[in-house]
Write a protein that binds this ligand. Structure first.
Ligand code: NCD
Length: 303
């Protein structure tokens, strides 16, 4: 285990969410239990608390779901969704921006294009940092909500065959989710072109790799699709990989398969599949709200 991972595991996730490495199976069970309760109850335990949303990269779902989660719990949000309108555009460092926001907020939700940004922010911050995506690194809160979606859709996680398809190299949601799934008894299958295969550090014994969804669609319980992360691929993009999920794939898939995507989609899943009851990507967003509410309650000292 490298030293960064070892150090991270020792940081309690209630203090800062940097990586999925910090979560144990009992932690996840607790968070999902809270999410189940918050999905049906109206409590506002975070009155008087404030989070800052600090986003150096575009976001629709992550920033607005943290915003909605915090305000539904009675708290407030400082939204810095477009850092170009903040002092970042004047050349302010990440460290100074974090030290500013900690004066006003009880936690900072940070998305940044650099892989080491969360660690840098954590090293100067006296308030919890929540990693909302660090470059091509991780996206731990997305992985938690993806896992919660799997649990809600199938009623269980153990015993499932999960296929991840798309940009497995640069997709941070895939990195976090594949690590989290290793806590469970699941079979992982990966479909990607050679240029976008899962990096070695995320691979496990027993995983299988394919180049074509046709080879695995029939035995898949969860199909997790991602877009090619064009903005992270150095140089010109010339990848010959046609990996849209088609009605023909769906016809061969199990009746209880669930189709997930962290979104945004850019052609991998056509809108014509939205009415298929197995398409779970909009429910996934809703589940994400409950998971982020559960995390905020646990971290900011609600119930
Ligand atoms: C993902 C991200 O930002 O990594 N989006 C999200 O948070 N739901 C996936 C992506 O951008 O492709």
């Amino acid at each position: 285990m490298d030293t960064i991972v070892a150090r991270r595991i020792k940081i309690p996730w209630r203090r800062a969410v940097l990586s999925v490495d910090q979560f144990s199976k009992p932690d996840i069970t607790d968070i999902f239990g809270t999410a189940d309760r918050l999905a049906v109850s109206r409590t506002m335990p975070l009155g008087g608390k404030t989070i800052a949303n600090l986003f150096y990269e575009p976001s629709t779902r992550t920033s607005s779901s943290f915003y909605a989660a915090m305000t539904k719990l009675g708290g407030n949000v400082i939204p810095i969704n477009e850092v170009n309108y903040s002092s970042v555009s004047k050349g302010e460092t990440l460290e100074d921006t974090v030290r500013t926001l900690e004066c006003y907020a009880d936690a900072i939700v940070l998305r940044h294009y650099d892989d080491d940004a969360t660690e840098r922010a954590f090293s100067v911050s006296s308030v919890p940092i929540i990693n909302a995506g660090n470059g091509a690194g991780e996206h731990p809160t997305q992985a938690l909500l993806d896992l919660y979606t799997i649990q809600r859709e199938h009623g269980r996680i153990d015993g499932l065959t999960i296929t991840m398809m798309g940009d497995l190299k640069y997709g941070r949601t895939v990195h976090s989710l594949s690590k989290l799934l290793r806590l469970y008894d699941v079979k992982l299958q990966f479909v990607a072109p050679d240029e976008l295969r899962l990096p070695q550090e995320y691979r496990g014994d027993g995983d299988t790799e394919y180049s074509d969804l046709d080879d695995v669609i029939a035995n898949t319980d969860i199909l997790y699709v991602t877009r090619v992360q064009k903005e992270r691929i150095p140089g010109a993009i010339d990848i010959d990989f046609n990996y849209a999920v088609t009605p023909e794939h769906m016809a061969r898939a199990r009746d209880d398969m669930a189709l997930l995507h962290p979104m945004p989609r850019v052609g991998e899943i056509s809108a014509s599949l939205d009415s298929d009851p197995r398409s779970a990507y909009f429910r996934q967003m809703r589940y994400g709200l409950y998971v982020r509410m559960a995390l905020l309650v646990a971290m900011l000292g609600g119930a």
